[in-house]
Design a protein around this ligand. Structure first.
Ligand SMILES: NC(=O)c1ccc[n+]([C@@H]2O[C@H](COP(=O)([O-])OP(=O)(O)OC[C@H]3O[C@@H](n4cnc5c(N)ncnc54)[C@H](OP(=O)(O)O)[C@@H]3O)[C@@H](O)[C@H]2O)c1
Length: 254
């Protein structure tokens, strides 16, 4: 099968490309650094020539509602249009568990708009709603650190390894597209602040992790477990404690 991975140079996209190639598929990577712009549509249709299935693991470097929504709606609509023109049989969309329970957070509002845009298109879709990655604590610290201090939201999260998510996305790409939304999560709920401290220690950094009490509905949702998976979720390892001892825990680098 030929699989296109949108965002195939990113954190989870790189693991997705590796899993697809290891399973014997041929892969097309869609990213600006590969000459394809999902937002303007430049190069998308050409890149999907001969592609059977698309996995969308793209992302935008913003948390602002309007910017995030614009990115995901434009990119998803362009992918749908080009996929239909090239006879692609399905699109796997990478989304996040619980976004409908915390829509006040601008980034999650953008992801909900992405899911809607995906289902509105002509090509059949599977939405993979995934919990935060084991790598999420490092991603948050990279975005929020100020000198030696790293504020990290107090929240409960059932994180999953980005490498394992990549393999699951490839598995979903090989299944029938029935318009389903599936949930994927790690083995157990844990504290993001505790994760952050373990990642700092693992990477040998001098960084003081400060629990951040996020105000309002977003904070209540994060602390109250709104992002935890439901009973039907597929739970996959490794656990955070197994993962943090592995080489994968050195990426992204603080
Ligand atoms: N982080 C988490 O814990 C988590 C949990 C669940 C789901 N997710 C979802 O997982 C997805 C991927 O997240 P990530 O952290 O792996 O992303 P990432 O590392 O930031 O990678 C983003 C990818 O998108 C590409 N990209 C950005 N703008 C583009 C454009 N205009 N045209 C084409 N490609 C573009 C980037 O390549 P170029 O820069 O070369 O364009 C890169 O390959 C996101 O949709 C996110 O919502 C994340």
């Amino acid at each position: 099968m030929r699989i296109a991975v949108a965002g195939g140079t990113g954190l989870v996209g790189t693991y997705t490309v590796q899993a697809a190639e290891a399973a014997g598929h041929s892969v097309a990577v869609l990213a600006r650094s590969r000459g394809v712009d999902l937002v303007s549509g430049r190069g998308v249709e050409d890149a999907l020539a001969g592609v059977d299935v698309v996995i969308d693991a793209s992302n935008v470097d913003s948390r602002a509602r309007a910017e995030v929504t614009d990115f995901f709606v434009s990119s998803t609509t362009n992918l749908q249009k080009a996929a239909a023109a090239q006879g692609v049989s399905g699109i796997v969309v990478l989304s996040i568990v619980g976004i409908d329970r915390v829509p006040e957070f601008g980034y999650y509002a953008g992801k909900l708009a992405q899911e809607e845009a995906a289902f509105a298109g002509p090509v059949p879709v599977t939405v993979a709603r995934v919990t935060q990655f084991h790598e999420f604590a490092a991603q948050v610290m990279l975005g929020m650190r100020r000198g030696p201090l790293a504020p990290v939201p107090s929240m409960r999260t059932q994180t999953v390894a980005a490498r394992s998510v990549g393999a699951e996305l490839v598995r979903l790409a090989g299944e029938p597209f029935t318009g389903e939304t599936v949930e994927i999560a790690g083995p157990r709920p844990e504290s993001l602040v505790a994760h952050a401290r373990q990642v700092v220690a693992r990477q040998g950094k001098r960084l003081l992790v400060l629990p951040l009490w996020v105000p309002g509905a977003v904070g209540r949702g994060l602390r109250g477990g709104a992002l935890l998976p439901g009973a039907g979720a597929r739970l996959i390892g490794p656990s955070f404690s197994e993962w943090v001892g592995s080489e994968d825990a050195l990426t992204p680098r603080l």
